[in-house]
Design a binder for this molecule. Structure first.
Ligand code: SF4
Ligand code: SF4
Length: 242
C-alpha cells in the first residue's frame, strides 16, 4: 500500500513473483491514453471502474490471498479511525488509549489524487506504526507490517485497521448536485497488487463490489466521525474548479 516512491519499481518487483499483463503494467505506469471511467453504483457506493477503451476491456480485481500478501509486506501507512483506535488498543493489550497513541502510533499527512479525476485530497491522520521503531520520515514508504506472520496471516485480524479491509480501493465522500454526501471508490494503483485482471464484462466482479460497498460505506462514515472529533483532517481541492 505504498503511495510514495515509484509505482514502476513496485511493479517490476511484483513481476519477479507474478505474471503482470503488459496492458495493466502500462496502465499503472501511466502509459495508456485510452482509460475511460465507468462509474457503477453498487449498494450506494459509486465505483469508478477503469476501462481500456481501445481493447474494450474493464480493469477488474480479485484478491489472491493466501497465495499473496504483498500489500502487508509493502505497507505504506496504516491510518486509524477512532473506532480502529478503540479496538486495536484493546486488541494489543492497552487499557489506556492515550498510552496506545503515545507508544504505537505516528501522525501521517499525505495527498491522494484519483486516477480518473482531478480531485486532490490531503489527509492527516493518526497511523499505527508498522514497525515498533518506525520513524516519521518512513511515512508512505513500503515496510513489512509487524503484524504479518510467516504464513501470511494478520496477527490483529479481524480488528485490523479499516484501510486493511479496503485495499486496493481508495474511497472518498463527495457532495452530489443536491449537496448530499455520496461515497465514491476507485482502485489505487500502487504497483503492489497482482490481483488486477481484464474482462469484457463487469458481471464477474459484481459480488466483490457488493461485498466491498458495505465495507467502504462503513469506513467513510468512520472517517467522517474521526475527523469530526478532531482525530484527523481531510481537505479536498477540486482542480476542475480552481
Ligand atoms: S496485494 Fe492484492 S492480491 Fe495480494 S493480498 Fe493484497 S489485495 Fe490481495
Ligand atoms: S495490520 Fe494486518 S492486514 Fe494490515 S497491513 Fe498489517 S498484517 Fe496486513
Amino acid at each position: 500500500m505504498q503511495s510514495d516512491g515509484s509505482v514502476k519499481d513496485a511493479l517490476d518487483l511484483l513481476a519477479g513473483k507474478w505474471k503482470i499483463d503488459s496492458r495493466l503494467y502500462d496502465l499503472q505506469t501511466g502509459k495508456r491514453d485510452d482509460v475511460v471511467d465507468k462509474p457503477v453504483n453498487v449498494g450506494g457506493v459509486v465505483f469508478h471502474i477503469p476501462m481500456l477503451s481501445k481493447d474494450n476491456l474493464y480493469v477488474l480485481w480479485k484478491c489472491l490471498w493466501p497465495d499473496c500478501h504483498n500489500c502487508c509486506e509493502r505497507q505504506g501507512r496504516l491510518p486509524l479511525t477512532k473506532d480502529d483506535i478503540r479496538t486495536i488498543s484493546k486488541k494489543i493489550g492497552y487499557t489506556s488509549e492515550s498510552e496506545f497513541l503515545k507508544n504505537e502510533t505516528l501522525v501521517s499527512t499525505w495527498q491522494e489524487q484519483g486516477t480518473l479525476d482531478n480531485i486532490i485530497t490531503t489527509l492527516t491522520m493518526i497511523s499505527l506504526k508498522r514497525r515498533m521503531d518506525e520513524r516519521p520520515d518512513q511515512d508512505g514508504t513500503p515496510l513489512h507490517c509487524r503484524f504479518l506472520d510467516d504464513n501470511g496471516y494478520c496477527g490483529i485480524h479481524p480488528d485490523k485497521p479499516g484501510v486493511c479491509w479496503l485495499y486496493p480501493f481508495a474511497s472518498w465522500l463527495e457532495a452530489d448536485a443536491k449537496g448530499q454526501p455520496v461515497v465514491h471508490a476507485t482502485f489505487q494503483f500502487t504497483g503492489d497488487c497482482p490481483g488486477f485482471y481484464l474482462d469484457s464484462s463487469l458481471d464477474i466482479m459484481m459480488p466483490v463490489l457488493q461485498e466491498y460497498s458495505s465495507k467502504i460505506y462503513r469506513y467513510n462514515m468512520a472517517v467522517s466521525r474521526t475527523t469530526r472529533e478532531n482525530y484527523g483532517f481531510v481537505d479536498f481541492v477540486d482542480l476542475r474548479r480552481s
